[in-house]
Design a protein around this ligand. Structure first.
Ligand SMILES: [Zn+2]
Length: 224
């Protein structure tokens, strides 16, 4: 393992611990992957985050193989398939975060996406965050429906399951995960008092342009 790979593996473990600290993860249901060259590194299956070490993460090649060969002492996350397929299909994306945070998951159980109720929706690429169709966890069908819901976006909800958030860096994926759960919570509260007035596509386009104008693109904790 090169020093660069070890640093990335430590950052993935730190990311898992930060999901716990932010209250967006329950138990070991969340998982994180990151691109390293032409390979993917992903958290192992059913392993408490506090016990993970850089060596306990799994890795495989990002190729067309439906059943990749795994490197590592533990089996990969049961959700490795959508991590693998997203990183293969989206070369601009360096990291994928998956979790079952309460408000995102509540909307996913109702099979509702999140509309343009707040301008921060633009941080996910457009005027909404879609909810995918339902498919059983860990399957190729779930991977296909997730990729569909992620078209032109950096996040989606998974029906009756949870959320997926993407990042151009691992930090951006983790930042977006917290932002999405916050947005879902705010939207939920708004529905309780009669529902939001939705922003127009023009409002969202202006917001995206504004994010760029304010130079937020280049910061690790930035918006797009
Ligand atoms: Zn899950």
């Amino acid at each position: 393992m090169t020093p660069g790979e070890e640093t990335l593996r430590r950052a993935i473990i730190d990311g898992c611990l930060s999901m716990n600290a932010a209250g967006i993860n329950q138990g070991t249901s969340g998982n994180i992957s990151a691109r390293f060259g032409d390979r993917m590194i992903v958290t192992p299956s059913a392993t408490p985050y506090a016990r993970m070490t850089p060596a306990s993460l799994a890795s495989c090649a990002l190729d067309e193989s439906a059943e990749p060969e795994w490197d590592g002492p533990l089996p990969p996350s049961t959700e490795w398939r959508f991590h693998h397929d997203i990183l293969s299909a989206r070369p601009d994306i360096m990291a994928v975060v998956h979790a079952h945070p309460p408000y995102c998951t509540a909307f996913s159980m109702a099979r509702q996406g999140i509309p343009a109720a707040h301008y921060m929706i633009a941080a996910f690429g457009g005027a909404d965050v879609r909810c995918s169709d339902y498919a059983t966890f860990g399957t190729a069908a779930l991977s296909r429906t997730a990729l569909d819901a992620l078209t032109g976006r950096t996040a989606c909800l998974l029906a009756n399951h949870g959320m997926i958030v993407l990042g151009e860096t691992l930090d951006k994926a983790l930042w977006r995960a917290v932002e999405l759960e916050t947005l879902a919570r705010q939207y939920h509260h708004s529905l309780a008092i009669g529902g939001p007035v939705l922003l127009s596509d023009a409002d969202i386009a202006e917001t995206k342009a504004g994010f760029a104008t304010y130079g937020l693109r280049d910061r690790d904790d930035s918006l797009s």
